[in-house]
Design a protein around this ligand. Structure first.
Ligand code: A3P
Length: 340
């Protein structure tokens, strides 16, 4: 009688322990899932991303939670905040968001959705590395955390500060044709001002000095596209081998080829395949199919806007202005881009 009772009790205790362990894991992962969903929604508002909002809602569907749980309920996937071991430092309007979102498909990559402006903003930097670490998403030991803030590219303080955090951190820069980048930059500001009912000088009067008819070198958007000046500052702290440059124009045309190069740079297995993308004819860009981590989605409406009309004359003037700068860039990075 006593033995039978003990056997039943043993059974009982084991069953309860298993249930508790399972519940703990489920609870942890549901919380993580919810946090991720909320980040998505936040990101939505941040970037007017209507598709992501649908995506965030879908992530809460049972099916997605079950898939997420299957991937993450292994006890070894103990998650904590970790400093990024890779940072996408820019350049603005070159496809930084597309690159980050595409890389997020990889099971060994965890992305921080928000631009932190930690190394480029003194007030944020004063909050300290522990604060910064705590802003990072949960990751397990075998995952790479990636942060992206395009402002770092042009920041004077960021190279030294990032080097101070981790001198072996991997840096990714994405570049596109410098004239297209200026036009994209102008279009974004123009759209934002239009939404606030504010006026703006036409592109030609902004990028070109009306009196001298020379390029307005004080125009911030022009300065950002003089890529070699910024990269040279980063090279004072990091060897070229630690910096990977993505071709932003190629990323638009054929994402997988650029993504595969990044996987190699990060020392990761090629897990992202062309099946993950499809060309969305309405948007005119590649969008992402449903993956284990996330539902099907395109980037927000703030990405891939129709550019404002620019005269051929102004475009030619900008192309000619950037030509010698591009040549310097090619020498600095030991690689050419097919920019005309
Ligand atoms: P445009 O809006 O000028 O077309 P960033 O994320 O750094 O701000 O870059 C925005 C640019 O990413 C967009 O510039 C767009 O051309 C480019 N891009 C690259 N791949 C994209 C994609 N799959 N969907 C939308 N935009 C993409």
């Amino acid at each position: 009688m006593n033995r039978k009772f003990l056997r039943v009790m043993k059974h009982y205790v084991i069953t309860i322990s298993v249930i508790l362990l399972f519940e703990e894991l489920i609870f942890h992962n549901i919380c993580t899932g919810l946090i991720r969903s909320c980040s998505h929604m936040f990101n939505n508002f941040n970037e007017n991303n209507i598709n992501l909002s649908v995506g965030a809602r879908k992530l809460l569907d049972n099916d997605h939670i079950m898939k997420y749980l299957r991937q993450n309920t292994h006890p070894k996937s103990l998650k904590t905040h970790r400093l990024p071991s890779c940072i996408i430092i820019g350049a603005r309007k070159c496809g930084t968001r597309a690159l980050l979102e595409f890389l997020d498909i990889h099971p060994q990559i965890v992305i921080n959705l928000m631009e932190m402006h930690f190394f480029s903003n003194d007030t944020n930097y004063m909050k300290g590395l522990d604060w910064y670490r705590n802003q990072m998403p949960f990751s397990s030991e075998n995952q790479i955390t990636i942060e992206k803030t395009p402002r770092y590219f042009v920041s004077r303080a960021a190279p030294a500060r990032i080097h101070h955090m981790n001198s072996t951190v991997k840096l990714i820069i994405i570049l596109r044709h410098p004239t297209t980048r200026v036009i994209s930059d102008f279009t974004q500001i123009y759209a934002q001002r239009l939404a606030r009912n504010e006026s703006m000088k036409p592109f030609e009067m902004t990028a070109i000095d009306v009196r001298s008819q020379h390029i307005n070198v004080d125009y911030k958007a022009v300065q950002i596209s003089v890529y070699h000046q910024h990269i040279s500052r980063w090279l004072e702290y990091f060897p070229l081998s630690q910096i990977h440059i993505v071709d932003g124009d190629a990323l638009i045309q054929n994402p997988i080829s650029e993504i595969a190069k990044v996987e190699s740079f990060l020392g990761l297995k090629h897990e992202i395949s062309s099946d993950e993308f499809y060309f969305n004819t309405t948007r005119g860009f590649y969008c992402m199919r449903e993956s284990v981590k996330k539902p099907e989605r395109c980037l927000g409406v703030g990405k891939g806007r129709k550019h404002v009309n620019i005269s051929d004359w102004a475009k030619r003037k900008l192309d000619n202005y950037f030509k010698p700068h591009n040549e310097i860039l090619y020498k600095v990075i030991g690689r050419r881009f097919p920019w005309r």
